[in-house]
Design a protein around this ligand. Structure first.
Ligand SMILES: Nc1ncnc2c1ncn2[C@@H]1O[C@H](COP(=O)(O)OS(=O)(=O)O)[C@@H](OP(=O)(O)O)[C@H]1O
Length: 332
């Protein structure tokens, strides 16, 4: 694919120049002006153009290894938390969890488990470590857009989703805080954002389509896809951490359990601990330009009750129920 001109976007969020082949692709896709930018629908999922370009580039250039672990989430499902947990669990032979200099304590987890969307942005082919141990990557990509080598090798996918009502509230806050900090546009009213969300129009949405693809795959190939829910992780973090460790091929030994290693992981990656670290209070990511503190808001289940009216709840519940009906997947 010819990506000779990288994507350029004007101040309204509209694509004004892109690689020739990518230009042809974009012109054929449904397009929506939403969330103060433009979104393009590719194989059932809405993408920001830069993310789509990078993910198409990833598809061409990323070669998975059987030992890789790819963290896949919908935005605002608890990605930052899951990345910290997966890093702490899978790298614990190299970084002892009780180490006061553990990387989690000094580095935002998005840097430790990088997104394909940013690694492969602007035609960049990153130099990937060739180490034998598991490499960790992440993405918000829909399943269809994953590189073939991720879909078809025995590399592991850990998927996380969240109750759509909390997911929406978290997304709305994030867009108004993190993104609004970068420009002078007015905030997006909750009602306007809600209507878009119910239509599935948001970056990497609709989450019911996104989750359903990975859900089906987790049933077909349970050894390749571990399907997690934020609410289960909050409800019984110990069990979910054990599942992650076993699935990743590094289960906790009885000795580790008796020494309290699981509790140490939980504590290190807790909302309270992560959100109070210097790096997460005052640090920022350069690409995208987002202050780390914006990845931490409340970290609770059920905060939607403070934002959504009964009729909004009914509307969103109905949309989700209709989409997931008969699939065996529930998100409420
Ligand atoms: N350690 C920990 N434990 C529990 N919950 C946590 C944790 N860290 C972040 N959060 C909450 O996750 C929400 C942010 O979602 P993501 O990390 O997926 O955001 S992003 O997609 O990476 O931008 C956002 O949820 P809300 O508080 O509901 O907005 C964060 O507060």
């Amino acid at each position: 694919m010819d990506f000779s001109h990288t994507l350029q976007i004007n101040s309204q969020g509209e694509v004004v120049q892109f690689g020739n082949e990518f230009q042809r692709i974009l012109q054929c896709l449904p397009k929506e002006s939403a969330w103060r930018t433009f979104l393009y629908k590719y194989q059932g999922i809405w993408y920001y153009p830069k993310s789509l370009e990078a993910l198409l580039f990833t598809q061409e250039h990323f070669q998975a290894k059987a030992t890789d672990v790819v963290v896949v989430t919908t935005p605002k499902a608890g990605t930052t938390w899951l990345k910290a947990l997966v890093f702490a669990i899978t790298k614990r032979n190299r970084y002892v969890v009780s180490d006061p200099n553990h990387p989690i304590l000094t580095t935002n987890s998005h840097e430790l488990v990088p997104f394909f969307e940013f690694m492969y942005r602007h035609n960049n082919i990153p130099d990937l470590p060739n180490q034998p141990c598991s490499r960790l990557f992440s993405t918000h990509s829909g399943f269809n857009l994953l590189p073939d080598s991720v879909k078809n090798t025995s590399c592991r996918i850990i998927y996380l989703c969240r109750n759509p009502k909390d997911n929406f509230v978290s997304l709305w806050h994030f867009m108004n805080k993190a993104v609004a900090e970068c420009d002078t546009e007015p905030l997006i009213p909750l009602e306007e954002a809600f209507e878009l969300y119910c239509k599935g129009i948001h970056g990497f949405g609709p989450i019911w389509n996104h989750a359903l693809e990975y859900w089906k795959l987790s049933l077909q190939r349970p050894d390749q896809v571990l399907f997690l829910k934020y609410e289960d992780m909050m409800g019984d973090t110990t069990s979910q951490i054990k599942r992650i460790a076993e699935f990743s091929g590094c289960p906790f030994s009885l000795k580790e359990e008796s020494e309290g290693v699981i509790d140490q992981v939980i504590k290190m990656c807790s909302f309270e601990n992560l959100s109070n670290l210097e790096v997460n209070k005052n640090g920022k990511r350069v690409v995208p330009f987002i202050e780390n503190k914006n990845y931490f808001r409340k970290g609770e289940v059920g905060d939607w009750i403070n934002y959504l009216s009964p009729s909004m709840v009914e509307q969103l519940d109905q949309v989700v129920e209709k989409k997931l009906h008969g699939s065996g997947l529930t998100l409420s």
